[in-house]
Design a protein around this ligand. Structure first.
Ligand SMILES: *Cc1c(COP(=O)(O)O)cnc(C)c1O
Length: 402
């Protein structure tokens, strides 16, 4: 088993991989298309996207960026990271509600001709930094290839051998990039889709029906607290044989009734390429503790979900085919343990601390793992954004900003 640590960028989470590239792709795209307008990036975030996008786009010429996050749905550290953001072209606003309320609000603005017209009059074109933007997916495909090459050059596998990946999944962007890598020829065996208690994807794999009519849970892996996984649309488009009309029908059904179903042959296909399961909160705590006890390796809560599911997948496969050798498993690690210090400290020691910075200090004493500078320094930065709005007032804020 191998860990693919994708959290060594400016915000200590995997979204940095794509969001530090996206502004350059966007700039180049505008130049190639002869677009002269300013760009307004709107982001709905469950925590990590927002900060990573702010860092990627801050002070980018001709671009403004505005981030909406759920008032009560992000960790203290995530909130501080965003509300202390510097840069001349940034704005950060809390929304009363959960992530889906934020995402729905932003999607409404994107879908409204009236909003687009009002912005155009001010000289702005809309774009997104959420994982529905293909400019996010494209850079993510690369690290699946890169990880595979690392395994080859370090003599862990031979070129052509299969490798499995387990991905902690929310909006289905990361794992979809893995699927695209496979379609591009990378020898990937199974893609393991790991969810937390918001297990809408696990049910989808088991029953062949996507059903969002269910309770929404706030968990210790907040970046995966999602009911409507936007990028799943792209997977079912591929599974349907790229049937755009059928995909559109399903999305309309999702919007109208909260559900849609797969055909039998699609379900068979999706199950042959992916395995899906979820970890409860206590599974996550247990695996973080056990892994540190056994290997001295601390994981964040999202990576803990992935590890728990990866272990379950391997146990299941060994039980079903005891003689068959499993391909190596790469567990995709999406955040630094220091990004979720209270929950990680609780998992490691059973201790609750009220203050994130105290948590960071204790984890550091316990693990001797270096604390990223960017997390240390926000403690001393002034909070610049304090506003909270209701979902129906989001566009008013946008107009004030431009
Ligand atoms: C965003 C995020 C995820 C989920 O990734 P998706 O592409 O939305 O599936 C998992 N872990 C962390 C730490 C994240 O920030």
């Amino acid at each position: 088993m191998y860990m693919l640590e994708l959290f060594h960028g400016p915000t200590c989470a995997f979204k940095d991989m794509a969001l530090t590239v996206l502004p350059y792709l966007l700039r180049k795209g505008c130049d190639l298309c002869g677009i002269k307008e300013n760009i307004l990036i709107l982001v709905a975030t469950s925590g990590d996207t927002g900060k990573a996008a702010l860092e990627g786009f801050k002070d980018a010429p001709g671009i403004k960026i505005m981030v909406f996050y759920p008032d009560d749905g992000v960790s203290k550290m995530q909130k501080l990271q965003m509300t202390t953001q510097e840069g001349s072209n940034v704005n950060v606003v809390a929304v009363k509600g959960n992530f889906d309320d934020c995402q729905t609000g932003v999607k409404k603005i994107f879908g409204s001709e009236q909003c687009k017209k009002a912005l155009a009059e001010k000289g702005y074109l809309l774009s997104s930094a959420n994982s529905i933007n293909f400019g996010r997916l494209a850079p993510q495909i690369c690290y699946y290839f890169s990880a595979y090459c690392d395994l080859v050059t370090s003599d862990q596998i031979r070129m052509g051998d299969k490798v499995n990946f387990t991905v902690p999944t929310g909006n289905f962007g990361n794992i979809l990039a893995g699927y695209y890598a496979k379609r591009m020829g990378l020898p990937v065996g199974t893609l393991v889709c790991a969810s937390n208690k918001n297990n809408v994807l696990t049910d989808f794999w088991n029953k062949g029906m996507y059903d969002v009519k269910r309770p929404f849970y706030k968990t210790m892996s907040p970046s995966m607290d999602i009911l409507v996984s936007s990028n799943l649309e792209r997977l079912i488009f591929e599974l349907s044989g790229r049937d755009a009309a059928l995909t559109k029908e399903r999305m309309a059904s999702l919007a109208a009734t909260g559900r849609y179903s797969l055909r039998a042959e699609e379900l068979k296909k999706i199950r042959s390429e992916f395995f899906a399961a979820y970890a409860t909160e206590s599974d996550t705590v247990d695996v973080i503790y056990e892994f540190f006890e056994e290997y001295g390796y601390p994981m964040d809560t999202h990576t803990g979900v992935a590890m728990s599911v990866a272990q379950r997948y391997e146990e299941k496969m060994k039980k079903e085919n005891p003689k068959e050798e499993l391909p190596p498993m790469v567990v995709v690690s999406t955040a630094s343990p220091y990004k979720f210090p209270q929950d990680v400290l609780y998992a490691l020691t059973g201790n609750d601390v009220k203050d994130s910075f105290k948590g960071i200090k204790r984890i550091n004493l316990l693990t001797a793992m270096k604390v990223p500078e960017t997390l240390k320094s926000i403690r001393y930065k002034p909070v610049l954004f304090k506003q909270t709005v209701s979902p129906d007032k989001m566009f008013d804020e946008v107009m004030k900003f431009v």
